[in-house]
Ligand binder design. Structure first.
Ligand SMILES: Cc1ncc(COP(=O)(O)O)c(C=O)c1O
Length: 358
């Protein structure tokens, strides 16, 4: 590795988060490691999660499930996004569980399944308006279509507003799910409804669900500010660091970066940091602050593809560490600066930034 810019993932923080979650949540825990484990590295995070109490893995794509299988991970994996029926055979062969949502899908998939049956979880749409069946008739039709080629192992739904404490939709979705499930609870080995926010909210309640799908909390991040008041034991695992590559003194009146949007107002020390929008450090981060030796320094001028410039309070040696995210620069702070959520921040960094596990 030649470049000094890297994402450091704190293994102990992920292990801590999983242990604290499993201690509080009575249900089995599925570690959601889709999108390269929210940018943290799917294979590494999956291993840490399984070693510390997770029993299942959740991904969005069949490709993501196959990456885990290729790495020798044998735990059950649920693919949560819809897949085309013609890939049912690949999933069955690899022991990967798919999400299904219509009788037609099973009919079309059946010819592709050979010796091993395909394990499926049924996805119910109770209020997200995206993937899933919506009525009991659709559910009954699907169950009828489930021939020997399929093992119908689970059924689930996904909340749209579990992270909003005063949302009626959260309770409405639960009611809709229970109405649809009437008399069917015994039919499924796994019934699951909760993401991180829902899992923690339901922790003390007697619910007929035995699995939770936890993503963002594994990584030590809160699903929303409101949830932070609900529980506070998480430790973030993600830090983005680089180093100063050039430090120079510019006299007053000098412009910086494309568009010359920043002009030095006095003699200023300017440092160059080799991370840019091609790494996922967005152009919109211009004006945000990063940390050098414990001191917050503003980004001056526009973020370029491969680097950006900061104003230093004094001369620092080339090679001084710069923390872009993590430590005192919270992911949530960057998220609110960019007008987005922490989920999007950790997912946005590209593979150009190596992930180091510390
Ligand atoms: C179906 C489903 N379940 C669970 C999760 C995990 O959610 P969270 O990261 O909020 O725990 C996601 C993430 O988007 C999801 O799509």
């Amino acid at each position: 590795m030649f470049r000094p810019s890297r994402i450091e993932i704190d293994r102990a923080a992920i292990a801590h988060n999983i242990k604290e979650l499993t201690r509080r949540i009575p249900q089995d825990l599925m570690a959601v490691v889709k999108a390269n484990a929210y940018g943290h590295g799917a294979v590494e995070v999956a291993k840490i999660a399984l070693e510390n109490g997770a029993t299942m893995l959740g991904v969005a794509l069949l490709e993501e499930a196959l990456e885990l299988r290729d790495a020798g991970i044998e735990a059950p994996i649920l693919v949560m996004e819809a897949q085309f029926p013609e890939y049912a055979g690949v999933a069955a062969e690899q022991g990967i569980t798919l999400s299904v949502f219509s009788a037609e899908w099973l009919r079309e998939a059946a010819p592709y399944i050979e010796e091993k049956p395909l394990t499926v979880h049924i996805k119910v749409d109770t209020g997200m308006g995206r993937l899933g069946l919506r009525t009991r008739e659709q559910l009954d039709a699907l169950l009828e279509e489930a021939t020997d080629s399929f093992v119908v192992e689970g059924i689930y739904t996904h909340f749209a507003t579990a992270d909003e404490l005063d949302s009626n939709l959260y309770y409405t979705q639960q009611e809709r799910f229970e109405r649809l499930m009437d008399g069917l609870h015994e039919r499924f080995r796994y019934i699951h409804t909760s993401n991180s926010a829902g899992a923690i909210r339901m922790a003390g309640q007697d619910v007929p669900y035995n699995l939770v799908r936890v993503g963002i909390a594994l990584y030590g991040l809160y699903p929303s500010r409101e949830m932070e008041t609900f529980y506070s034991f998480l430790r973030p695992a993600f830090t983005l660091k680089s180093q100063l590559m050039q430090v120079k003194r510019l006299e007053a009146g000098q412009t910086i970066s494309y568009g010359a949007t920043y002009t030095t107002s006095a003699d200023e020390w300017i440092g160059t940091v080799p991370v840019g929008y091609a790494d996922g450090w967005l152009r919109k981060a211009s004006g945000f602050e990063v940390e050098v030796n414990g001191i917050r320094c503003p980004i001056v001028g526009r973020v370029c593809m491969d680097r950006f410039m900061i104003r230093l309070p004094k001369e620092f040696p080339v090679g001084t560490d710069v923390t872009l995210v993590g430590g005192n620069v919270a992911i949530d702070e960057l998220a609110s600066y960019l007008g987005t959520i922490n989920y999007e921040i950790v997912c946005q960094f590209t593979s150009r930034l190596p992930r180091l596990y510390v």
